[in-house]
Structures are given as structure tokens and as C-alpha cells.
Ligand binder design. Structure first.
Ligand SMILES: Nc1nc2c(c(=O)[nH]1)N[C@H]1C(S)=C(S)[C@@H](COP(=O)(O)O)O[C@H]1N2
Ligand SMILES: [Mo]
Length: 383
């Protein structure tokens, strides 16, 4: 194979004579891109298992810290957005290699190229589908969650392999003072620093103009994110309106909360409002990236369950008035169901819930993805 390599040297077509397509530039950008993807992958796993826990995990999921999911999902979306300019810069730095001629020089080289193809395709796919998901646009025929989740593993594997294969170059070019980097044309140094400054500025710009959707101290700069923390009834954004969910005006007199369990019972809205009310300060932390804290008033879930004769480690299934839709039915494990902060809320920021926020009653629980904060609740089933 060594002989073959010498006979077929990699030829750079004349179009790729440009500068800064070197290992030092690729390493400098690559380590930030790698860090962003690692954060995105880790927080994505947390999000996935909070939403779709395997049966054995359901009761182990912690309801604290109350702000946990707000932080991890805020990081997930922010690191994914930051990775976009980093990926573009990285692809720009390495693209002559992607078009190197001849395309395959040896079996080893062929394998390496396949892994790079998986890496590039996986990264582009994950960032594109993730970004479109934040604006709730699904222009593809498959279901977002399972495919985004599966490709994340593919990407993680391809990235690990890539780092392993490139380890010698990464190590040789980690520092700009290293002998390998110092051997690069001296004149490239200032240009490389300008390029990296530009990339950093692009990352800063996309972050600053979107991160305020979850990190509310920066909400004044949130001009590009699809949701703004201040836009929405009662000072809270709405993800799915009552109209979109097909929940028409709920009649306060006809409404019943049904609680199934060892001692089942039914409450009218007036009876529900007459039970001991508690207040929780908890965020809605939407999977799509926005989050905002609010004051909620209502009846503790654990009180409702105990009244139905449920043991203190019972899970609960929550059913909405919504007739179709993926978030009509939700289950919570024991930590959530019996956390004193978990409420069947009737009020938001001191006012009766609006239809869009789940009138007459909705779930609010700590450390939970927004999709599981079920609105328009009509039935609780002790499991
Ligand atoms: N029944 C039902 N509950 C639901 C939804 C829904 O579509 N149907 N959307 C969820 C999502 S994705 C989020 S982020 C929160 C948002 O609550 P808000 O609209 O009051 O801010 O409600 C959740 N509860
Ligand atoms: Mo959401």
C-alpha cells in the first residue's frame, strides 16, 4: 500500500490552491464544533429520556432541580444553533480534501472517506432538522423525534471515529506554537486569526439573537428566535393554541375532573377551586427551545391522588380534553406525581388560565419538558 501511495500522490486540482485549508485551521474550528456537538448530544439524550423513558426508568426520573430541563434544553438548542456557523466554517476549511483526487487511494482511505461522509451528512442532517423543528416546520415525510434521535447516535459514532483517526493531526496542531503549526506559511497566521475571529463573531451573533428565548436576561436581543418570552397571553408564550388543538370553549359548569383510582371521584370546577390551593414558581421549558418562568396556582397533584386512595409511589396518567394530537395523554412517574411543586393549575400569574394556556386546568411540574405540561386536563388515572 505504501508503494501505491507513492505512485498515486494526492493531487490538488488547481481550483483548490486557496489558503487556510490546513490542519491548523481545521483543528481550531473543529474543537469548538466538537464541543458544541458534544453538548448538543448530551443534552439531547437528557431530553429524549425525559420525554420517552423506557419503562424501568419512568419512576427513577428526578423532578429536581426544578429548572433542570430549562437549562439542558436551552443548552441543546443554543449549542445546536452555535454549531451551524462552526460547521459551515469547518466544511469550508476542509472542502479541498472532500474533493481530493483520486477519490479513493486505498482500502483504509476508502473507509476513512465513508466515515467522513457519514459525519458530514449526519451533522448537516441533525442541525437542519433541529433548526427547522425550533420553528415547527416539518418539510419531510418522517417523524422528527425518532429519526433525529437515531441519526444523533450515528453522528456521535462518526465523530468519535473521526477524532480517533485524526488524533495525530489534532495533537500536532492543537497549539499554534507547535512545530507542525509553526511550519505552516507564516503569512497565514494573521489571516487565520481573522478567520477565527469572524467565525467567533458569527457564533456570538446567532447566539445573542436567539438565546434570549430561554435565557430571559438577554430577551431584549431575542430578535431571531421563533418565540419571545414576553409575547403571549398572561405574559407567557403559547405553543399550541386551543383552536389548533381543537378544544372549543370549555363550559365551566359542565366541566368535570374525573380521578380514577382505588377510591375514584369526580369534581366540578367549583369544587376543584375550593380545595386547598398552592403556588409554584415553575418554568414552561419547551422542547423547541423557548422557556419562561411563571407563577402557577392550583391543587397539588399528590393531594388529588391521595384523595383517590393512591399510594405515595403511584404513577399517574393524565388525559386532556383535546381529542387528537400527540400530547393528549401523558404519564408521570412517582417523583413528579408526588413533588409538592407539581400542580393541577387553575391560575397563571394570578389570573384564571386563558383557553390557550389550558383552561380550566393544566399540569405544571418541575424539571419536565413543555410537551408534558398537559393542558385542558379532564382525567387523572392512578396507575
Ligand atoms: N393537551 C395538550 N397539552 C399541551 C400541548 C398540546 O399540544 N396539547 N402542548 C404542550 C407544549 S409543546 C408546550 S411547550 C406547553 C406550552 O404551554 P403554554 O402554551 O401554556 O405556554 O404545553 C404543552 N401542553
Ligand atoms: Mo413545547
Amino acid at each position: 500500500m505504501g508503494v501505491m501511495k507513492r505512485r498515486l500522490p494526492a493531487v490538488r486540482p488547481p481550483a483548490f490552491r486557496g489558503r487556510l485549508h490546513d490542519a491548523r485551521t481545521a483543528t481550531s474550528i473543529g474543537r469548538w464544533l466538537g464541543a458544541a456537538i458534544a453538548v448538543c448530544f448530551g443534552t439531547g439524550l437528557i431530553s429524549h429520556y425525559l420525554q420517552h423513558p423506557p419503562a424501568w426508568l419512568t419512576d427513577e426520573l428526578p423532578s429536581r432541580p426544578a429548572w433542570g430541563y430549562r437549562l439542558t434544553q436551552g443548552l441543546h438548542v443554543a449549542s445546536g444553533i452555535a454549531a451551524i456557523p462552526l460547521l459551515l466554517a469547518k466544511l469550508w476549511a476542509v472542502y479541498p480534501r472532500l474533493f481530493a483526487w483520486p477519490p479513493v487511494r486505498s482500502v483504509r482511505h476508502a473507509l476513512e472517506r465513508v466515515s467522513v461522509a457519514v459525519l458530514v451528512a449526519g451533522a448537516v442532517f441533525e442541525l437542519a432538522t433541529g433548526l427547522l423543528n425550533t420553528v415547527q416546520w416539518y418539510p419531510w415525510p418522517f417523524s422528527f423525534v425518532p429519526v433525529h434521535f437515531a441519526v444523533a447516535w450515528l453522528l456521535a459514532g462518526a465523530l468519535l471515529l473521526h477524532v480517533a483517526v485524526k488524533y495525530p493531526q489534532i495533537r500536532a496542531h492543537w497549539s499554534r506554537a507547535s512545530p507542525a503549526s509553526a511550519a505552516l506559511p507564516v503569512a497565514d497566521g494573521p489571516d487565520r486569526r481573522s478567520l477565527l475571529t469572524g467565525v467567533a463573531a458569527a457564533v456570538g451573533a446567532v447566539t445573542l439573537t436567539t438565546v434570549g428565548q430561554s435565557f430571559t436576561p438577554l430577551k431584549a436581543f431575542d430578535v431571531l428566535a421563533p418565540r419571545h418570552p414576553d409575547h403571549g397571553p398572561e405574559g407567557l408564550p403559547v405553543n399550541r393554541t386551543a383552536r389548533a388543538a381543537g378544544v372549543v370553549q370549555v363550559d365551566a359548569l359542565a366541566y368535570r375532573l374525573e380521578v380514577q383510582g382505588p377510591r375514584p371521584y369526580t369534581l366540578t370546577l367549583a369544587e376543584l377551586a375550593a380545595l386547598t390551593q398552592h403556588e409554584s414558581v415553575l418554568p414552561i421549558a419547551c422542547v423547541e427551545g423557548w422557556s419562561k418562568s411563571a407563577h402557577w396556582t392550583g391543587v397539588r397533584m399528590t393531594d388529588l391522588l391521595r384523595r383517590a386512595g393512591a399510594p405515595l409511589d403511584a404513577r399517574v396518567r393524565v388525559v386532556s380534553l383535546e381529542r387528537y394530537g400527540a400530547y393528549r395523554v401523558m404519564e408521570m412517574g412517582r417523583a413528579y406525581a408526588h413533588d409538592p411543586l407539581t400542580l393541577l393549575a387553575l391560575k397563571l400569574n394570578g389570573q384564571t388560565l386563558t383557553a390557550d394556556h389550558g383552561y380550566p386546568a393544566r399540569i405544571i411540574a418541575p424539571n419536565r419538558p413543555g410537551v408534558l405540561q398537559t393542558k385542558w386536563v379532564t382525567r387523572l388515572e392512578v396507575l
